[in-house]
Design a protein around this ligand. Structure first.
Ligand code: 1HE
Length: 270
């Protein structure tokens, strides 16, 4: 895929960016002293990075948080200090949506490495990733109800999609915390590891980065778009996307490798 954009790592302050040789980028929320709470600047840097990642040739992203917690959600202190009007906060939320939509629909696989608190807006952020990996310290909550607030970063869509409406309402009404196997079982994470969620997330990102970029673009954009369509329209869109992806030149090489028996075979886990 053409690289017509470059990302200037040095201009990012809230996000620590590490571009690996294999095309996987590590994007780390870098305010551990504030438990990686999302202030306006962090969200703007996310908009910037995720708007450009695909065209800059980023093959996959590991999204991590520095310190003991992935993300404590909305920066409550900034929100308090700013004493925002309804209109101001609507625009704050629209920028969160811009950032998270660029993640979900941007065409680059994003694997979230979760530890500690994944709460409020932190869960909204994690739910915009394509794959979530939790470790033994990870816990999920939507404390908005307790704080006198409401979700504004897409939880009503994405968290409800992951766990269902009833569980999400319970989390918001009662402050219910999910952790351990139960959290994985209800869909908050696809992987639960005993060791480091970062190591597993990196492994998964590297695996995804070996796919063809156009194939990953379709997986990490088209599926989300299709969820918003009627079944009839989604099936039509799927055929168009498959028409483009399944006839790409590099896919022919992979098909040839299957035909000459040099390609891997799909086997059960040993
Ligand atoms: C923060 C934030 C924050 C910590 N905004 N500054 N989110 C919440 O309701 C979660 C709020 N945070 C917590 O419950 C706890 O901080 C944690 C469980 C995440 C971590 O606890 P702990 O004991 O490790 O840290 P701490 O002592 O509570 O906080 C350490 C510092 O981080 C402290 O700052 P300091 O300058 O006094 O040292 C905290 O103020 C700061 N900090 N969390 C600002 N969230 C688009 S709408 C989305 C709506 C929501 O996201 S609502 C949910 C908000």
């Amino acid at each position: 895929m053409a690289k017509d954009v470059t990302i200037d790592i040095s201009k990012f302050e809230r996000l620590e960016l590490d571009a690996r040789e294999d095309g996987v980028w590590i994007v780390t929320l870098n305010r551990p002293e504030k438990r990686n709470a999302l202030d306006v600047k962090t969200v703007e840097e996310m908009v910037d990075f995720f708007s450009n990642a695909q065209r800059a040739g980023v093959k996959a992203v590991v999204l991590a948080g520095k310190g003991d917690h992935f993300c404590a959600g909305l920066d409550l202190i900034e929100h308090h200090d700013e004493d925002r009007s309804p209109e101001d906060f609507m625009h704050v939320c629209l920028r969160w949506h811009e950032a998270f939509n660029k993640m979900e629909y941007g065409g680059v696989p994003v694997i979230a490495a979760l530890q500690g608190a994944v709460v409020g807006g932190g869960l909204e952020l994690a739910s915009a990733a394509h794959v979530r990996v939790m470790d033994e310290s990870t816990y999920f909550a939507l404390p908005e109800g307790i704080r006198g607030l409401f979700t504004g970063g897409g939880a009503t869509i994405r968290v409800a999609d992951l766990v269902g409406k009833a569980r999400m309402i319970d989390m918001m009404l009662t402050g219910r915390v999910y952790q351990g196997q139960e959290a994985a079982d209800i869909g908050l994470a696809q992987y639960r590891v005993e060791g480091s969620s970062f190591d597993r997330a990196l492994e998964l990102a590297q695996r995804a980065a070996e796919n063809l970029p156009l194939t990953n673009f379709a997986i990490c954009s088209a599926i989300s778009h299709m969820q918003n369509m009627s079944a009839l329209d989604a099936a039509y869109a799927e055929s168009v996307v498959a028409g483009v992806v399944n006839t790409q030149e590099p896919a022919r090489e992979r098909l040839a490798a299957f035909a000459d028996k040099s390609a891997m075979r799909v086997r059960p886990n040993s």
